[in-house]
Design a protein. Structure first.
Length: 393
C-alpha cells in the first residue's frame, strides 16, 4: 500500500513514539500527530512520582522529529475509511494509528474530586496538598498508593479507602497485597479496606455502609477506561479498548497502540490491554515496522512480558508477567524485611513476579519469562542465589 500520509491520533508517549518510529523505519511520507491537549507530548509516570512531590513542574518529552506535523489542541472525534474527523475539520489519510490512551474513572456524586491523568491534574492536586488538610484517596492500587505517598509527605491527614480486602489486591492478589498494609501505618496514613464508596459529597465521602470519611480533598484512583468513544460507528471492534490482532492491526491501514489497544497475546493465550509506560514505549516500534513493510520474515507480532513499576512510601515496587491473583505466591526473602520478592508459577515456568527494592531479581526473572524457561522453585526462593540460578536445563 502506497502511503502518502499517516495520522497518529493521540499526543502522549505512545503517539510520539509511533511518529519517531515511523521516521526511524524510513517512512518518508507526511506524519501528522494529533494532540487533544494544548501542550507538546509529555511523560505521565512523573505526574505521581515527581510532580505531585514537588520535585519538578513539568515532564515534557523531546520534541517530535521536525518533519512530523504536531497539531496541538486537536482532538480526534471520528473515523471513517481514509478520514480522521477532528474538532477542527476532517483530515484525509492513507493509514491511521490510534493512540488516544485512557480516561480516568470518576466517582459518583456531586462533590468535588480530583483525578490524575494530565499535568494540569497533577498541578491542581499538588496545590491542594497542604499540611493538615484531610485528604481521602479512593483506591489502593498503583496510582492510589502513589498519591497517598505524596499527600502524606506534604503533611496531609490521609485516609485511603479501598473496596477490596487489601492494597493492590486486583494486581497481585490479597496475600501479597496484605504485606504492604504496614507501609501505610508507618507513613501515618489511615487505610480502610473492604469499604465501598457510594458518592462524593461536599465535605468528603459517603460510604456504601452509611458511614462517611470527612475530607477537604478527594482523589479518585479507581482506574481508567480506554478512550475509544470517538470510534463509535467506525466499524472497528471495540470492547475493553480497540481490538487488534497480534500485529496491533485493527483493520486494513488502521493500528492501535498504548492504553487503548487490546491485543491478542500468543504468550498468554488471551487478549490483553496493558495500561503501562513500557507498552507505550515499545509497541509503537512494532506498528511502525508493520506499516513500513514488516521484518524480513513478515509482519512483527507484539507479545511482551508486561511490566510496571511503582514508588510507594519510600519503596520501589516492580511487577512483571501475568498471573491469576488467586494463585499462591512463592516467597523470596521475608516480607517483614526491607526487600523481598514474590513469584507465581504455572507448572515449571515463571508466570509473574513482584519485587520490593530488589531490581536485580526483576531483571533476571523477566528474562526467564521471555524465554519460557523452566525453573526450580527451591532455588528461586533462596535469596542467597541469583534468580537466574533457578533456571533448569
Amino acid at each position: 500500500m502506497l502511503m502518502e500520509r499517516v495520522i497518529v491520533a493521540g499526543g502522549g508517549m505512545a503517539g510520539l513514539r509511533t511518529a519517531e518510529a515511523l521516521r526511524a523505519h524510513g517512512y518518508e511520507g507526511r506524519v501528522m500527530l494529533l494532540a487533544a491537549e494544548d501542550r507538546p507530548p509529555y511523560d505521565r509516570p512523573p505526574l505521581s512520582k515527581e510532580i505531585l512531590l514537588g520535585k519538578r513542574d513539568d515532564s515534557a518529552l523531546a520534541a517530535p522529529p521536525p518533519d512530523v506535523e504536531l497539531l496541538l489542541g486537536r482532538a480526534a472525534t471520528g473515523l471513517a475509511p481514509g478520514v480522521v474527523r477532528t474538532d477542527a475539520g476532517d483530515l484525509g489519510c492513507d493509514a491511521v494509528v490510534i493512540a488516544t490512551g485512557a480516561e480516568p474513572i470518576r466517582l459518583p456524586g456531586d462533590g468535588p474530586q480530583h483525578v490524575l491523568r494530565t499535568i494540569g491534574d497533577a498541578l491542581r492536586l499538588r496545590a491542594e496538598l497542604r499540611p493538615g488538610r484531610r485528604v481521602a484517596v479512593v483506591g489502593a492500587g498503583w496510582i492510589g498508593a502513589e498519591v497517598a505517598t505524596a499527600a502524606a509527605r506534604a503533611g496531609c491527614a490521609v485516609t485511603v479507602v479501598e473496596a477490596g480486602n487489601a492494597p493492590l489486591a486486583v494486581a497481585v492478589g490479597e496475600d501479597v497485597g496484605r504485606r504492604t498494609e504496614g507501609w501505610y501505618a508507618e507513613a501515618g496514613v489511615t487505610l480502610r479496606t473492604g469499604a465501598a464508596v457510594a458518592a462524593v459529597r461536599d465535605g468528603g465521602l459517603e460510604l456504601a455502609d452509611g458511614g462517611t470519611v470527612p475530607a477537604e480533598v478527594v482523589v479518585s484512583g479507581i482506574g481508567v477506561r480506554p478512550a475509544v468513544g470517538w470510534l463509535a460507528g467506525s466499524g472497528l471492534e471495540l470492547g475493553d479498548g480497540v481490538h487488534v490482532d497480534a500485529y496491533l492491526r485493527a483493520a486494513e491501514g488502521v493500528y492501535a497502540v498504548g492504553d487503548c489497544a487490546a491485543f491478542v497475546s500468543r504468550r498468554y493465550g488471551r487478549r490483553l490491554r496493558i495500561e503501562h509506560w513500557d507498552t507505550a514505549v515499545n509497541a509503537p516500534e512494532v506498528v511502525a515496522a508493520n506499516l513500513t513493510g514488516g521484518g524480513p520474515d513478515g509482519p512483527e507480532a507484539y507479545d511482551p512480558v508486561p511490566y510496571v513499576w511503582s514508588e510507594q512510601f519510600g519503596r520501589m515496587l516492580q511487577y512483571a508477567g501475568r498471573h491469576d491473583p488467586a494463585s499462591v505466591p512463592l516467597w523470596r526473602g521475608d516480607p517483614a524485611d526491607g526487600s523481598w520478592s514474590a513469584f507465581w508459577l504455572t507448572g515449571e515456568r515463571l508466570a509473574a513476579m513482584l519485587t520490593v527494592d530488589r531490581p536485580r531479581d526483576l531483571v533476571q526473572a523477566r528474562r526467564l519469562m521471555r524465554r519460557g524457561a523452566r525453573v526450580d522453585p527451591a532455588r528461586l526462593a533462596d535469596p542467597e542465589l541469583p534468580v537466574k540460578a533457578a533456571e533448569e536445563g
